[in-house]
Design a protein around this ligand. Structure first.
Ligand code: MN
Length: 220
């Protein structure tokens, strides 16, 4: 059985959207739970629990699932926002916990296949640390700190980024994020999938999924 996380789970609306997205992606690919487990490296039992909204995965598990399905992370959090029209977005309204980690994610601009990137606002709670496995080959990340200070693990070294500082790094190798301070750290995370074949089918279809993200702000 997967280890029970010792922190609160994601909000039910997010867990439901995640469950529905995973079920739909698996149906579109025609993958059995066995095949999905093989592609993602996430156990069949865990995938089944996520599909039934019985379990909140960690962000690391979410990324493993996204990479296995060759899908951007934001597909599991919110439907895409099309770029043909102006889109005004509010991180304050979008911020929520998509996973059981002490990290809040606001999908400012979810993945758009034609533009090839997603832009997230991340809030790392004090003490939060996450090691990320390699994303798909060619993925490049940008981290721009907008409040507080944090560290980014690049090429095996932790680098401190203060407010207004930024880093771009190849994310198709192990990397990490942490906040050793006593205040939340907020950054923008621009993830580029340029040149990577992300299936169009990864796009959520229904507009009625919009607004599933509730408002939930970490202690501030
Ligand atoms: Mn990453």
């Amino acid at each position: 059985m997967p280890k029970k996380e010792n922190v609160a789970t994601a909000t039910p609306a997010v867990a439901d959207h995640l469950a529905a997205t995973l079920r739909r992606l698996r149906a579109e690919r025609g993958w059995s739970l066995d095949r999905a487990a093989g592609e993602t490296g996430v156990s069949k039992a865990m995938l089944g629990q996520i599909e039934r909204a019985e379990s909140s995965p960690t962000v690391a598990t979410l990324w493993r699932i996204a990479s296995g399905f060759r899908t951007p992370l934001s597909a599991f959090i919110q439907p895409p926002v099309h770029h043909e029209k102006p889109a005004f977005r509010s991180a304050g309204a979008l911020r929520d916990r998509p996973a059981s980690d002490a990290m809040w994610v606001a999908p400012l601009f979810p993945y758009d296949a034609q533009l090839g990137f997603e832009m997230l606002e991340l809030t790392l709670a004090p003490g939060y640390e996450r090691h990320s496995e390699a994303h798909l080959a060619g993925v490049v990340e940008h981290v721009i700190v907008v409040r507080g200070a944090m560290e980014v693990l690049v090429d095996g070294c932790w680098h401190t980024l203060n407010e207004g500082e930024a880093v771009r790094f190849p994310a198709d190798r192990p990397h990490g994020y942490r906040n050793l301070g006593s205040e939340p750290a907020v950054c923008h995370n621009l993830i580029c999938y340029t040149g990577i074949a992300v299936p169009e089918a990864a796009r959520p279809a229904a507009d009625d999924l919009r607004g599933v993200i509730g408002k939930s702000v970490p202690g501030r």
